[in-house]
Every structure is written in C-alpha cells, then in structure tokens.
Design a protein around this ligand. Structure first.
Ligand SMILES: Cc1cc2nc3c(=O)[nH]c(=O)nc-3n(C[C@H](O)[C@H](O)[C@H](O)COP(=O)(O)OP(=O)(O)OC[C@H]3O[C@@H](n4cnc5c(N)ncnc54)[C@H](O)[C@@H]3O)c2cc1C
Length: 353
C-alpha cells in the first residue's frame, strides 16, 4: 500500500469509488444500500473484481482482499459487486488508514473483540430485558393462518424429547430463509422463488492447541490460501488477543478458519480435518490437538443475476405479508452489525415511535 499511497493511486481510486457509490446509493440510513434507480442497476451486474476494473479502482483490490474476502465473504473474482459495495461504504476506507491520512482520530483498532464472546451479549440482553426465550426447540413445521401462527417442533429441554405446538400472533424468521422453506407449510410463490435462490459458503472453524508457534500474529490472514478451498486462510489466537504481550502460555491455542464454496467444492468433517492436519504438519507445527471443529453455513447471498432482478430489496417489499417478517443474516449480510441494522430498519418501518 505505501507505494500506491506515494503515487496517489490509492486516493484517486478512493475518490472514484466514493463517486460511483454515491451515484448508485446516495446517502442512506442503516447499513443496507437502497435499490439504485433502474437505469443504474446494470452497473451492479458484475463481480466485485469486474467493478473495480471497470471504474478504475483496482488500487483498492488489496484492501478488498483483506477487508472483504478475508472475512469469508468470497473472492473478489466471484462475489457480486453489490456485496462488496454494501460491506465497504466509502467511509470505511478512511477508517482503515491511520492519522494523519485517515479519519480514525484516536487510531483505534479496526478489529475489536468481546472478551466473553458475542453469545454473551444476547444472553445478557435476554436476561436484563426479562425476555421469554425458548431454547433447544427444533422447529419442524410452521403454519400461517389468517389470524395466528402455529409452530410445531421438538422440545429437547426435558429429560426426553417431546413434540410441542405453540401459537403466536406473528412470525419473525431469523434462520437462513432458504432453510425455512423446509419447514414452512404453504410458502408463497415469491417466498419460494426468492429464498430458493440464496447460496451459502461454508466456513470450518477448528479450535486446536499446539506447541508454541514462532513468529505468528494474534490474527493471521493468508489471502493466497483462500482460492484453494479448504486451506487455512486465517487463524486467531484468542488468549493473545485478550492478554496481549502478557500471554505466558506453554502451549498455543488457535482458532483456524477454512473456507469453501459448496457450489464448487463440498467437504465433510473428515476432509476438513485431514486437510487441516496435513497443512499444519507441512508448516512444521507440532503436538497438534484438535479440541473442537465446527462447520458453519456462512454468508447466504444471491448471485449477480438475482441482484439484477432486485431480490435483496424484494425481501423488503415482502416484509409483513402473511403475518411474517424476515430478518437475520440471509435477509441482509453476514455480520452482527448488519443484522442489527436490518432489525433497526424493520423497527423504523413497522413500529411507529
Ligand atoms: C465462525 C464465525 C465467525 C464470525 N465472526 C463474526 C465477527 O467477528 N463479527 C461479526 O459481526 N459477525 C461474525 N460472524 C457472523 C455472525 O455470527 C452472524 O452474521 C450472525 O450471528 C447472524 O445472526 P442471525 O441471527 O442471522 O443467525 P444465527 O446467529 O445463525 O441464528 C440463527 C438461529 O436459528 C436457529 N435455527 C435454525 N433453524 C432452526 C430450526 N428449524 N428450529 C430452531 N432453531 C433454528 C439456529 O440454531 C441459530 O441459533 C461470524 C460467523 C461465524 C460462523
């Protein structure tokens, strides 16, 4: 980046990017970009890489690799431009740059962590607000009547699993919307059409310990690994994140991230594990012990053809029909900030203050 900065190419590209971003979406509240005017929609009918080339913004490509692809949101060569433009509003570039160049006056870290994990946020929120949350209830069928919603499922809270039926006034779906089609009785034509077109990526996280690794960072990104599906593209040392230079462990404990696009490669648990172990051995890491491994469906998104048909905004038009609201990452974008902002947008629209 410094070379590019010296040439001013980076700043010129940022200016061009901001200009085209504003033309497409203008200024907006919350984080989801509004639908561009119909005459401009074709500007979104391309991948992020094509977009950066077309609008002479290639100098920003490495920042997209780091800020977008390394978060598991797909390769710039594959991902529809819309998602890159959503994740990277022009202001975000400035936040990446330290002073005096950037607008990050306190030079605060771009990435921060919650010591007890995100899960704790929701537990405390539910507790403090005294919310009636039913956990361990697997929804198996949803029926929407004109006056009520009937949910059937398996309750695994007791000693034995039990079938249960619950009734509600409204339905707010936050599971992946494509998955919801498996349990929704009588989905509408538009629900079937739109939600069935969602595609997911897969991220496999492996929590492992090993002998101390030399020279590794708190967070390590390996952009060159991402295109080879299943290779470790990032790893994070949570203890070092929290304890910093005070970390004095005799072993390292990392979370490693592997990525695949199931449309191209589908890996099962064993295959992920074998690839992980082989790679770690190649890297000379010794005494590896896998503590836990989890495969996550990740970043449900539309292809550019569906973006061109306006599907992300069609979901907004569908909100409220059949006593149903759609939320969660597959209705918006795979990040806590975006899911929360989408919820606020729905509140703003449906709940008068
Ligand atoms: C490994 C990993 C790391 C991440 N790191 C970050 C990060 O650092 N920062 C960030 O902002 N975001 C991060 N994310 C993304 C973030 O976690 C998600 O975007 C966010 O949790 C999505 O919230 P949600 O409510 O849409 O879905 P979820 O949190 O996935 O909740 C959906 C819930 O629906 C439940 N469900 C589904 N089907 C049924 C059913 N039939 N019956 C009952 N329940 C059902 C699921 O069990 C799940 O609990 C990360 C995600 C992963 C996988």
């Amino acid at each position: 980046m410094p070379d590019l900065l010296a040439k001013g190419a980076f700043f010129q590209a940022m200016k061009r990017y901001k200009c085209i971003h504003r033309r497409l979406f203008g200024h907006y509240n919350f984080t989801m970009p509004p639908k561009p005017p119909t005459r401009l929609m074709k500007k979104l009918n391309m991948t992020m890489k094509e977009f950066l080339i077309k609008y002479d913004c290639e100098a920003l490509a490495s920042l997209f690799e780091l800020g977008h692809s390394m978060q598991g949101y797909g390769l710039v060569e594959h991902i529809p431009a819309f998602y890159g433009l959503w994740w990277f509003p022009p202001e975000l570039f400035w936040a990446y740059l330290p002073p005096p160049l950037g607008k990050n006056p306190r030079n605060t870290a771009m990435i921060t962590m919650i010591k007890e994990g995100y899960g704790e946020v929701w537990s405390r929120l539910a507790k403090q607000s005294n919310l009636d949350v039913i956990l361990n209830f697997n929804v198996t069928a949803i029926t929407r009547h004109p006056e009520k919603i009937v949910i059937e499922g398996i309750d695994t809270n007791g000693e034995q699993e039990a079938s249960a039926t619950l009734e509600f006034d409204y339905l707010i779906v936050t599971s992946p919307l494509k998955k919801m089609l498996n349990v929704l009785n009588d989905p509408s034509e538009e629900e079937l059409e739109v939600f069935s077109k969602l595609h997911k990526y897969c991220v496999c996280t492996t929590l492992y310990s090993s002998d101390l690794q030399k020279g590794t960072q708190v967070i390590e990104y390996r952009p060159h690994a991402l295109p080879t599906f299943g290779r470790v593209f990032a790893q994070r040392h949570s203890a070092k994140c929290v304890e910093g230079s005070n970390f004095r462990g005799h072993k390292d404990t990392y979370v490693a991230y592997q990525f695949t696009d199931p449309k191209k490669v589908c890996l099962n648990e064993k295959e992920y594990k074998d690839l992980f172990m082989n790679e770690m051995k190649e890297r000379g890491i010794t005494n590896i012990e896998i503590i836990e491994q989890q495969i996550w469906p990740y970043f449900y998104h539309f292809d550019k053809e569906e973006i061109n048909k306006g599907y992300p905004w069609k979901i907004l038009d569908m909100q409220g029909r059949n006593r149903t609201l759609y939320s969660g990452a597959s209705a918006s974008f795979e990040s806590v900030n975006d899911v929360m902002n989408y919820n606020l947008m729905l509140l703003h629209r449906f709940v008068s203050t």
